[in-house]
Design a protein around this ligand. Structure first.
Ligand SMILES: [Zn+2]
Ligand SMILES: [Zn+2]
Length: 401
């Protein structure tokens, strides 16, 4: 069995930096992490030189729609593989492809394509498809954001039960105020999902009810969610506390931020990390098919009838409006933006892109940190945090197509 030793770099561990570290990988797993002077490796081990940069765990992405021209909702194995490879080039090594609004046939095709790719997966395909984030179609009508209204609906028991029975869904979203939301949350929890509320205009009281049914996470904080002012239009006065207050006040609740520099300002990123802490905040790209594509018009969701948006090369924008239509950059970019905005210690900045999402979704025994026994999913980054090399199960991923 061949051994790889990654050295001459600072390892980013969940709780500290380890300078001049060595990470030894064998049989697809991490076997040792420690100071280079103490680590023993066989003579014939392949040596990977991190050139004085950083050695980190691969990123764990829990909310992502596509990349390199493909959206997971295109529903083909080609689209799934293309989008996954694109994100792998940006350092993602575990990924949860995410549904949008769409017809039952479109969601069925997406789930089937993801199951096929997961079944046939080998490390040369790129990031591990750890499961699906069943995100659309159970969104609130008044919080659809960029998603097409035609594919939205209230929870349909027979539909979601059948999807959950396939075993591939690991994250499940629904807007808390929809009829049947509590039953949906209970079913999602029973099938082992991280249960989340998103694209919702729900009140504190509705969030409390959802929490009792197992909801523990809110999608892209401050985006397509309720606020005190947004609830006036729905529930009148007196003004009511919203999803934002509930998430900030309830220590068990986690959430995620899109740190592309265009969705949220630096002080909002700082605030989210300060209030929720690195164990309850996750970085997500929420990236769409325009990632690594030239500026132009694209569709979010299915190529056939997803909603049109414009990529200006920085972010997705809805036509003729100031509204954003999700991000077009990878997790490496999010990590750099977060590091710059928060000035937080690097172990915290990396934790929210690796171990915290892995813990929240329940895959932290396998991935999410540089620890003995976990999958050898390892990144080599330079001092400016640009991804130089990506290893999946100890095998280097060829980043140039
Ligand atoms: Zn969204
Ligand atoms: Zn999204």
């Amino acid at each position: 069995m061949s051994t790889t030793i990654i050295c001459n770099g600072t390892a980013i561990l969940p709780d500290r930096l380890l300078p001049d570290a060595a990470v030894v990988c064998r049989g697809g797993k991490i076997v040792t992490v420690g100071p280079a002077r103490k680590v023993r490796a066989p003579r014939d081990a392949e040596k990977i030189d991190a050139r004085g940069g950083y050695i980190s765990p691969g990123f764990v992405e829990m909310h992502v729609h596509g990349g390199d021209g493909a959206d997971f909702m295109d529903g083909t194995t080609d689209a799934v593989r293309t989008a996954i490879r694109a994100h792998t080039r940006h350092g993602t090594t575990s990924i949860f492809p995410t549904t949008t609004t769409g017809s039952p046939a479109q969601i069925d095709a997406m789930l089937k394509a993801c199951a096929a790719v997961q079944h046939e997966w080998q490390s040369t395909d790129g990031a591990r498809l750890m499961g699906v984030h069943f995100y659309g179609p159970y969104f609130a009508e008044d919080k659809l954001g960029a998603h097409a209204a035609a594919g939205r609906r209230d929870p349909v028991v027979a539909e979601y039960r059948e999807y959950f029975s396939r075993g591939i869904i690991k994250i499940a979203t629904c807007a808390a105020e929809l009829p049947g939301a509590a039953d949906y949350y209970r079913a999602a929890k029973r099938s082992g999902c991280l249960v989340t509320c998103g694209h919702s205009n729900s009140s504190w009281i509705e969030m409390e009810r959802a929490f009792r049914a197992g909801m523990r996470h809110v999608d892209h904080f401050w985006c397509a969610m309720s606020s005190v002012p947004s609830l006036i239009a729905r529930l009148g006065t007196p003004m009511q506390a919203s999803m934002a207050e509930f998430v900030l006040a309830q220590p068990e609740m986690s959430t995620e931020v899109i740190a592309d520099g265009h969705h949220l300002s630096p002080e909002l990123l700082r605030y989210a990390l300060a209030i929720k802490g690195p164990k309850r905040l996750c970085l997500v790209t929420d990236a769409n098919r325009a990632l690594d594509m030239p500026p132009g018009d694209y569709r979010i969701g299915p190529q056939k009838d997803g909603s049109l948006f414009h990529s200006d090369g920085l972010v997705g924008r809805m036509p003729n409006s100031t509204a954003l239509a999700s991000s077009i950059v990878g997790m490496d970019h999010m990590v750099r933006t977060m590091a710059r905005a928060t000035k937080a210690p690097l172990p915290d900045v990396f934790r929210i892109a690796t171990l915290t999402p892995a813990e929240r979704v329940g895959v932290a025994r396998k991935v999410g940190s540089l620890e003995k026994g976990k999958c050898a999913d390892v990144l080599v980054l330079n001092k400016a945090l640009a991804v130089q090399r990506v290893f999946i199960g100890g095998t280097e991923f060829r980043r140039s197509p």
